[in-house]
Ligand binder design. Sequence first.
Ligand code: SAH
Ligand code: SF4
Length: 417
Amino acid sequence: MSKIQTIDPSAIDSSTLSASAFSVDKKKAVDKKQDGQPKTNLLGLSKSQLIEFFAKIGEKKFRATQVMKWIYQYGVDDFFAMSNLSKKLQAKLDQVACITPPKVKFKQFSDDGTRKWVFEVMGGSLVETVLIPADDNKQFGRKTLCISSQVGCALDCSFCSTGKQGFERDLTASEIIGQLWVANQSYMTDVPIAERENRVTNVVMMGMGEPLLNYRPVVASMSLMLDDHAFGMSKRRVTLSTSGVVPRMYQLAKDIDVALAISLHAPNDELRDELVPINKKYPLAELIEAAKSYVYETNPRHKKHVTIEYVMLAGVNDTDEHAHQLVDLLDGLPSKINLIPFNPFPHAPYGRSSNNRIHAFSNILNQGGFVCTIRQTRGDDIDAACGQLVGQVADRTRRSQKWQEAVKKRQQSVDEA
Ligand code: SAH
Ligand code: SF4
């Protein structure tokens, strides 16, 4: 239990609250009730679920929004620090509920401002989260958090280290939103409270896993990102990235208004079947149709474009002809194209396209009328560049083992030849 008991969210300043109230590493109370049953983890509950929870313990609806503010806006995980709750309610909550993010197993902050966390989630699996600041690395500048949605991924894209792990399990909503909660706390700890508005500004669901294959927890988490009583982020600053689970793209448009990125990586079906195997199930024509629908048919006032992600693999998908094909394919789809230099990982069968090649490719897209950016590789010094989210994460699955054996065999036969 924290000793700090006198915080009023409307009147917080650095003199009323020590940074320790926001420390993620602080020793927490045991998350079990007196009868040995687990407490209810409030982190990750939607507003309606929280209202339901408070109704069950005989409390009024407005307590839900009060507690949400404490959890998400002030980073508080201790009911006794929630000063606008009565002492009686604080004690009651402490008996039956907890605010528990996934356990930080390891964290590393890079000189360029990049921060990386490895979380141990329920069952002992590890996932990674990476925070990448804008170029200028200003204290209050843009900070983009790359969040994981699954442990591993079932879709097995040929250039992706997460895919090579295979699929282990879906993350829960508290494990997903907990990544953002912990990242924000890293700005709330050891700085004066007056500076607590320094926090993550953008979220991309581009960590481990395919977010549309863990649909409900992902949408619930993104709802908390947007909710004014929770993180209150702008819907333009929350982006879901998908490799193209077409039916769920239509569903997403109905359920929540967030920005959409599509991992395209190839301008024709033959090549995409090889790089992004889900293309065999939902080929390009269907994917582009779904993307157009996302832009035009759902809330067109807000959704102006999709982001097209395209990893640059030397000699595989990066020729002038590929660029021209891409221009033709995206005709009629309002899109911004983001070229991602391939991030190599052990045993990867690809190389990164040269800078000259990437620029030549980008010029063709520009001439075709598309805005095109080239993703900067950041955080290399802590192994946190995008696409390396496996990094030091334990690699436990059979698919990975099999894959590495196959690569070894292939190398041996090349050596012998
Ligand atoms: N499953 C989702 C989101 C996670 S992948 C998706 O595929 O969109 C996030 C992004 O990183 C995707 O665009 C993916 O294609 C890209 N990526 C994966 N491996 C990469 C690598 N080795 N180098 C560069 N980008 C990679
Ligand atoms: Fe899964 Fe995305 Fe990696 Fe493909 S690129 S294997 S969909 S995480």
